[in-house]
Design a protein around this ligand. Structure first.
Ligand SMILES: NC(=O)C1=CN([C@@H]2O[C@H](COP(=O)(O)OP(=O)(O)OC[C@H]3O[C@@H](n4cnc5c(N)ncnc54)[C@H](OP(=O)(O)O)[C@@H]3O)[C@@H](O)[C@H]2O)C=CC1
Ligand SMILES: O=C(O)[C@@H]1CCC=N1
Length: 274
């Protein structure tokens, strides 16, 4: 990374820890990262790793070039309004990873006139396989876009979307996406056990198969549909599995789940954005 801005993570829960872990694993200096929370005990492991930790959000904001809002959407209004004065003192770039909450709401809670990037990351950021969607409001400069890209690319891939509404779709695809794959893995392990394997063996095979399929899809110059066909021998075993999944409506079920996810992202903005 060309420049290494000081980052303040407001909220050091699952998502912030995945991004911070990804950054540290990628060589980002721990002393350039601040992490806040309400309980000092929960921050002690981060402090031991050399990060700056505090329960005082204003202190972290004062030290930061970039403030990353990583509390639950339901907490965001109160947290943002409480730190508005500290933010307005030097107007750092604001990056929010909160699902649903719009730039305009954030800007008004934080006192206005701010450069804000909304980021929808995912937890594989921890192992440098994150996928982030980014959207910038009109106040964000080209240099700030570049800085945000560099930070998120240190944890995986980062793509910019043109409209804020597209972040609802990003949330449905990649933000919540790891949970879908974990659910498929849970179901495959359970089914493998039912078919006579030990839990341990079923889990080992399931995880390796997921990783193998993902890596093949990444490296291949054909899409997932063709890769699926190549596994499916006529009158063979896979054909029976795919036929059953199709008859039971698996593609529609996935589309419905993702629509519900996107709808919830949109609803959060209306429910919590005022
Ligand atoms: N989890 C995921 O996969 C993804 C989450 N997100 C978004 O990330 C955000 C965080 O989600 P997630 O990490 O799962 O949630 P967590 O509950 O794990 O983390 C939220 C953290 O916020 C802290 N917190 C609460 N109140 C304050 C406060 N006043 N000041 C500072 N910190 C505070 C909590 O710390 P303490 O316990 O000390 O109070 C907690 O650790 C959400 O907005 C979510 O939409 C986005 C993409 C994916
Ligand atoms: O479930 C949630 O609301 C968050 C946002 C995307 C993934 N986790």
């Amino acid at each position: 990374m060309s420049t290494q801005p000081t980052l303040a993570f407001i909220g050091a829960g699952n998502m912030a820890r995945a991004i911070m872990g990804g950054l540290i694993n990628n060589g980002y200096p721990a002393e350039k990262i601040w992490a806040t929370g309400t309980n000092p005990e929960k921050l002690s492991d981060l402090q031991q790793q050399g990060l700056n930790t505090t329960t005082d959000n204003d202190a972290a904001v004062a030290a930061a070039d970039i403030v990353i809002l990583a509390v639950k959407p339901q907490m965001l209004k109160v947290v943002a309004q409480d730190m508005a004065a500290a933010v307005q003192k030097h107007q750092p770039l604001i990056v929010s990873v909160a699902a649903g909450i719009l730039c305009n709401s954030l800007d008004s809670w934080l006192g206005g006139q701010l450069a804000i990037v909304r980021c929808m990351p995912n937890t594989p950021a921890l192992v440098k396989l994150g996928a982030s969607g980014l959207y910038a409001n009109a106040a964000v400069t080209e240099q700030q876009r570049q800085q945000t890209s560099e930070i998120m690319q240190a944890t995986g891939i980062a793509v910019w979307v043109e409209t804020e509404a597209q972040l609802d779709a990003v949330t449905a695809v990649s933000g919540s996406g790891p949970a879908y794959y974990f659910m498929v893995m849970e179901a495959m392990v359970a089914a493998g056990e039912k078919l006579g394997l030990s839990r341990e063996v079923a889990q080992q095979l399931t995880i390796q198969t997921a990783q193998g399929a993902a890596e093949m899809a990444r490296q291949s110059d054909v899409g997932p549909a063709e890769l699926r066909r190549r596994v499916t021998s006529p009158k063979g075993t896979t054909e029976q599995a795919i036929k059953t999944f199709t008859e039971q409506g698996l593609p529609e079920i996935i589309a419905q789940g993702m629509q519900a996810c996107s709808d919830r992202s949109e609803a959060l903005a209306k429910e919590l954005g005022k």
